[in-house]
Design a protein around this ligand. Structure first.
Ligand code: CA
Ligand code: CA
Ligand code: CA
Ligand code: CA
Length: 361
């Protein structure tokens, strides 16, 4: 929403109370200004503070605005960092990008003054919005990006001139205009994060972006399906789309008799019409009694996640809360899939212990 005001001579910056970052002010004449402020749904108490040239607060004023539309300020679950291309091949890394996604299916997000801070310094302009399901990009270099990925991508802006996404991993801090932290995490280039994104030309892609994934957990990231990733779009395939492409078998069918249901074939990267005995998860017992559990995950599958489970009696099963995610490794062949490795340690004093995977969302 745009607010207008007059006066306030000797005013250098205007900010929202509680924020240290100034708003973008448009001076329409010498004494009148316009600013765009983000709005949540319902009543919004907006307090503006004016700073003079010495950085001192010289004026403060409040107004209550009621937002009855379906545009609102982002929450961490709604606005996600969906893709990071931090290490393009070669020594010239001008095709780097970072992608944000509106994970909501109904709400348009107000990106006014949403900003990356620390390292990557970028602020979305006042009035910027992101439609439900849409994505937006901040890129290193528009010309190099367009040469690599084509034109027509939703580019919001560029990195600061000297900035590159660190090839050794780095901190990402995404904040709202009011200073609220949407996401603060560190992407990594070492296991269990996908190492294919570290120099093999793949991007990091957030898994299950609509499920409010913890951005700090490497299990919630994968390498892109193809090198270069999918800037501005998605490289995943919904279960419904995949089923249609595979003759629309029923969810629980096992037409090829390999022990994997239709839904499991989707998740594991299998073919529902081809018996693949090697699709089954593998479990080994180490000398110290811990279990090493391996399972494939289709790179393009969504809305499902492997969860190691544990039982001491085969009757009651629970998630193995302390399961350690060790590694992900891209397997050869098509479709693209990754082999995930976990370690599960039996509970102390357990006389016997059993493990399995569940594939819940
Ligand atoms: Ca880089
Ligand atoms: Ca993408
Ligand atoms: Ca099957
Ligand atoms: Ca199969």
């Amino acid at each position: 929403m745009t607010l207008e005001g007059t006066g306030w001579v000797d005013v250098r910056d205007i900010r929202l109370a509680g924020s240290t970052a100034p708003l973008q002010v448009t001076w329409t004449t010498k004494t009148t200004w316009q600013i765009s402020v983000p709005l949540g749904v319902g009543a919004n108490l907006i307090t503006l503070e004016a700073l003079n040239f010495a950085g001192e607060m010289v004026h403060s004023d409040s107004i209550t605005v009621t937002n009855t539309g379906n545009i609102q300020v982002p929450t961490p679950a709604m606005l996600v960092v969906s893709e990071i291309y931090y290490n393009p091949p070669g020594s010239v890394e001008t095709t780097e990008y970072i992608e944000l996604m509106n994970a909501s299916s109904t709400i348009t997000l107000d990106l006014s003054n949403v900003n990356f801070a620390a390292g990557l310094d970028f602020t979305f302009p006042g009035g910027a919005t992101l439609a439900p399901g849409a994505r937006t990009l901040v890129v290193k270099d528009v010309a190099a990006f367009t040469t690599a990925f084509g034109s027509g991508k939703p580019i919001a802006g560029t990195f600061p001139a000297a900035f590159n996404l660190d090839n050794g991993g780095g901190a990402i801090l995404l904040r709202r205009a009011d200073g609220f932290v949407l996401h603060s995490f560190e992407y990594k280039d070492d296991p269990p994060w996908p190492v294919e994104a570290d120099g093999d030309g793949y991007s990091l892609v957030l898994v299950n972006p609509r499920a409010n994934p913890d951005h700090d957990n490497g299990l919630n990231w994968r390498a892109s399906v193809v090198a270069g990733g999918s800037p501005g779009g998605s490289d995943s395939q919904s279960y419904a789309e995949w089923k249609v492409a595979n003759g629309n078998p029923a969810d629980d069918d096992d037409l090829d008799g390999d022990g994997m249901s239709t839904r499991l074939e989707y998740f594991l990267g299998g073919n529902p019409a081809l018996a693949e005995q090697d699709l089954a998860p593998m479990i080994f017992r180490e000398e110290d009694g811990s279990f090493i559990m391996l399972v494939a995950r289709s790179a393009s599958a969504e809305d499902v996640m492997p969860v190691p489970q544990l039982s001491t009696n085969l009757a009651v099963w629970g998630d193995a809360e302390d399961a350690e995610f060790l590694a992900t490794e891209r397997l050869s062949g098509s479709p693209a899939k990754d082999l995930l490795t976990f370690r599960v340690v039996p509970p102390p004093g357990a006389l016997q212990c059993f493990v399995r995977f569940s594939f819940g969302p």
